[in-house]
Design a protein around this ligand. Structure first.
Ligand code: ADP
Ligand code: MG
Length: 241
């Protein structure tokens, strides 16, 4: 049986760099088993929000809860144990390692080789193109395959919530829709909860159950993906009319 409700909530989060708040009181909720998307102009604080939630920068004021437990300020390794994984905007693969070896790194805390192998196989079900290239060095992958590998590695520990900072960054338009289609499939097949940040706002909102617009460190609009896509103000300001 699936529970509804929010898997993660952030309340009035203030955080930034060098004593200066970029986030001016961000409040948002991430519903369980759904795709939630944050969009907004460059430099508005989207990645900063992820870094604050994921314990990579200090939260000066405000709280973050996961499954009803206060996780404010907890470090990434502890969050990973709780079931939250994050793909940074700028992620890398190890070019000299094979696709399989790169995926195994996402499970470096696990000793059991068979468990790792089984999980890699599940990731290949999700990204069949990676299976074909399992023994190739990551350096030989296309941009889309590389990002899929980075996403796959983020999913290795089977998180309940995944934060994806621009999963489609650097991809050609057809690959963008491919990655989004895979995210929908992932959600439907595993019931994972997804919180993502996206520059490709239109395509991202079209697959999102819930969306937030962040401007200058504040949430300016919220609604279902479809509602935000239909909002004249949002369309005009962020979606190119
Ligand atoms: P985006 O919405 O594009 O992801 P960011 O959250 O990365 O925006 O950045 C928000 C603001 O914080 C920007 O003005 C950016 O220059 C600033 N910023 C980002 N990272 C740092 C950093 N490490 N040190 C200082 N300022 C930063
Ligand atoms: Mg960013």
């Amino acid at each position: 049986p699936r529970e509804d409700g929010d898997i993660l909530t952030a309340h009035d989060v203030h955080a930034g760099y060098g004593g200066f708040d970029i986030l001016q009181g961000i409040t948002l909720a991430v519903p369980r088993h759904q795709i939630t998307c944050i969009v907004g102009p460059n430099g508005s604080g989207k990645s900063t929000a992820f870094k604050a939630i994921y314990g990579l920068i200090k939260i000066r004021l405000g709280t973050v809860d996961f499954e009803g437990q206060n996780i404010t300020g907890q470090r990434p390794q502890d969050l990973l144990k709780l079931g939250i994984a994050m793909l940074p905007q700028l992620s890398t693969v190890f070019p000299g390692l094979t696709v399989e070896e790169n995926l195994a790194l996402g499970m470096y805390v696990v000793r059991d080789k068979r468990r790792i192998k089984a999980r890699i196989d599940e990731i290949f079900d999700l990204f069949p193109r990676l299976r074909e290239r399992r023994r190739q060095h990551a350096s030989t992958l296309s941009g889309g395959e590389r990002r899929a590998l980075e996403i796959g590695r983020t999913l290795m520990l089977d998180p309940r919530l995944v934060l994806l900072d621009e999963p489609s960054v650097g991809l050609s338009p057809n690959l963008v829709s491919e990655v989004f289609a895979q995210l929908v499939e992932l959600k439907e097949e595993t019931g994972i909860s997804v919180l993502m940040v996206e520059q490709n706002a239109k395509s991202a909102l079209s697959i999102s159950d819930l969306g937030y617009v962040i401007q200058r460190g504040r949430v300016s609009h919220t609604g279902s993906g479809a509602e935000l896509l239909g909002d004249p103000e949002v369309r005009h300001s962020f979606l190119g009319g």
